[in-house]
Ligand binder design. Sequence first.
Ligand SMILES: [Zn+2]
Length: 319
Amino acid sequence: MPQIPTTAGPMEIAELGKTMTHEHAFDGSEALRTQFPHAYDRDEDIRVIIEETKKIQTHGVETIVDPTCMDLGRDVRLNIEVTEATGMRYVMSTGIYGQGYTFLPMFIRRDLSQIVDLFVHDIEVGIQGTEIKAGFLKCAADAPGMQPDIVALHEGIAEASLRTNTPIMAHSNPVLGGSQGKGVGLDQMKIFTDKGVDPSMVQIAHVGDTDDLDYIEALLDTGCYIGLDRYGLPILTREQRNQTLIALVERGYGDRIMIGQDSVIRMDGIPPGQRREMMPDWYPTFIFDEIIPELTQMGVSEAQVDKMLGANVHAWLTP
Ligand SMILES: [Zn+2]
């Protein structure tokens, strides 16, 4: 049985339990924390994350896939502390988010193979000097499209995936940035598969930010998994997101969908205390409190819900 690295050590797939595919404990600027340490209270961040994580656990969730990577402020020791305090396990990532989805300033004079070696280190040795290894690779493309550095990043992620047999999660804009006038996901998949990555190793994230079923089907037909993972973010309404999900299940894609909120418990972008005012539905248990009951009422089976928070996530994570 393949083992999945988590913040509680390596686990058998069957032990992962109910698993959320895309929720961040923390998302912030490493530079701000290093340069202006007086402005941040890491202990308070951890206290709030523990409190919110306990609420997630009341819904039976045992594992969270946390896609906070480099330049989103990945801090594996923070996740480890939350695991020790709550028992919640995290599957951590390695990779790069990319400045504004356009370029990678920190690697301007480095060879791609050096970047790949860094990813492989996180997967084979451990993250940030710990023994906790990365369980998946993360990269991002968005409205600016496949800029040269972003292409290089995707090629490097593909190479690290092939070298280590590790799955990939790609942040993606499903509306803008693509070479065919739609979302950028098809271009991302082309890079991965041209490099030789098995498409079933790839999850394209944020696909639920469109209700363009033609685009989504074209993407699914490449063989990837997709994240309908931004419930609560007011890019589309919950009704639009639900209709898309139901249509995809009816068309036979129920085994390749994952759901979530892309929630972030503590982040620099929105000051603490203001988020519920700005985006009242964007919080870590929104799908349990409101969406799953709604989907069930609309005819989505319990078995289908279980897959989107279990088997589908596990199948993507399994090398
Ligand atoms: Zn995210």
